[in-house]
Write a protein that binds this ligand. Structure first.
Ligand code: HEC
Length: 113
């Protein structure tokens, strides 16, 4: 019994520690945000704003839009499905990542060889 309790406590400590370490890791936020690059452009700078650029947008606005897509409060073609894959904590990290970036034009595609 004592052994089970000890193992549980050790496991719980490891989980809490891992979550704290993950949340504090800036590359974790970028990894999450990278799932958005395919459509919203590298670092959230989309080509001609379609779909809208995310770089430099207000953090609270981005978070609210993600939550509204997830909850079906904002109509969407794609985002209502994509937004379902993230926890509120992950959405906050993603919103923080994009809001800290400078808005700008999408990088030009490399020239064809
Ligand atoms: C498969 C393409 C695709 C991916 C991947 C994608 N988006 Fe979108 N996003 C869209 C489209 C298209 C819209 C316009 C709304 C709609 O029709 O779904 C949009 C709209 C948005 C908006 C509203 C922008 C505004 O100015 O109001 C936000 C915020 C957003 N996306 C955030 C994200 C985030 C964050 C991710 C990554 C976790 C992401 N999107 C991934 C296609 C995508």
């Amino acid at each position: 019994m004592l052994r089970t309790t000890t193992l549980f406590a050790v496991g719980l400590t490891a989980c809490v520690w891992t979550n704290a370490a993950v949340a504090a890791d800036p590359s974790y936020a970028r990894s999450l945000a990278a799932t958005c690059f395919t459509c919203h452009g590298t670092d959230g700078r989309s080509v001609d704003g379609v779909p809208p650029s995310l770089a430099g947008q207000n953090r609270d606005y981005l978070l609210k839009q993600m939550q509204e897509f997830r909850d079906g409060k904002r109509p969407a073609t794609i985002m209502h499905q994509h937004a379902k894959g993230y926890t509120d904590e992950q959405m906050a990290l993603i919103a923080g990542y994009f809001s800290a970036l400078t808005p700008g034009r999408a990088a030009a595609a490399p020239a064809a060889r």
